[in-house]
Design a protein around this ligand. Sequence first.
Ligand SMILES: Nc1ncnc2c1ncn2[C@@H]1O[C@H](COP(=O)(O)OP(=O)(O)OP(=O)(O)O)[C@@H](O)[C@H]1O
Length: 361
Amino acid sequence: MAHLHIENLQVGYGNKLILKNINLAVEQGEMIALLGPSGCGKTTLLNALCGFIPVSQGDIFVANRAISKRPAEKRNITMVFQSYALWPHMTVAQNIGYGLKVQKMKHADITTRVTELLKIVKLEGLENDRVTALSGGQRQRVALARALAIRPDVLVLDEPLSNLDAKVRLSVRHEIKALQKQLGFTSLIVTHDQEEALVMADRIAVLNHGTIEQIGTPEDIYHRPKTPFVADFMGADNHLTWPIQNAAITLNINPTITQAEIYFRSENALVSTRPPATNVDVNPSNMGLLIEGPVEQSVFFGNNYQISVRCGTHTIQANHDQHLPEHTPVLLRVPTDALHIFATEAGNSAPQHSLSPLSNQ
Ligand SMILES: Nc1ncnc2c1ncn2[C@@H]1O[C@H](COP(=O)(O)OP(=O)(O)OP(=O)(O)O)[C@@H](O)[C@H]1O
């Protein structure tokens, strides 16, 4: 059994079921990111793990021990909160040692452990400062040190970086990742930032309406989404429902499809301004999805331009290195391996989750 094993977990508030049937196995030393839109149940899952809310059905095992009926303080799972939740009247060292004092550890041992943690989170010299005098990034490191002080079996982090400004956020996420590798703690981190999940996690679980839609490595989730929801959530910002009765949109793939939902990222739509007449041949450079149309809008995005191309009733987004004036005729080509194609049965108006991805990798 995995170090953290969640089996058929159901959790709700009153009569409202939030987590429907969660199964998750987290190996010792692994960091799993729970990724999903607001309200999908990420925090609820962390709260159920920590024992802050009861579970309706299913079980949670940590190191082969069933813990879902144990009170929060007997689970040895600690949470790092979005708001840090530090004691404002205490010093850095007192905050870090707080959990150890509650556990009635000897004063000398607390001092040793706190000194060790101050070094780990690079806050040496600040032990006697009030936490209110620290920056956001430093406070978050105190919160992390306090959580790690008691050597938890599982560390859970609820959007730990969301109160930090963009630059600090980038450095703190690398620090947490490096610490996780160095110390080997098992952790679950909640985020709704896909880039954060890709950078920090060993595996990502994508949640939607209280269920896990897909779990896999960052590469799997990014390149091989199993459902339209995951493709969309991971940044495939263009969506077409095939077939399309429009000669300006052609799909040259093998095998051919009759009916499908197609997703792709604007960064994978290659823009060319060559005349459409040269584009009709089906040769290797024309494989994939081809779309012809005029530029509707070109917006500067810093490192490139976001080009909107009008094609019948569709507006397709593409990235390009140059500004293109409105009405410029362009050809977009999305290579086959950048298309996420979810075949649907002919005449079947099945819900998205029952679509099957067509292997195109
Ligand atoms: N104490 C509560 N009582 C009743 N419903 C709740 C309670 N807390 C959360 N919910 C509901 O449970 C659902 C999931 O909430 P949760 O906070 O777990 O989502 P989340 O994925 O963490 O969202 P966010 O990214 O916005 O933090 C939401 O519909 C929310 O309204």
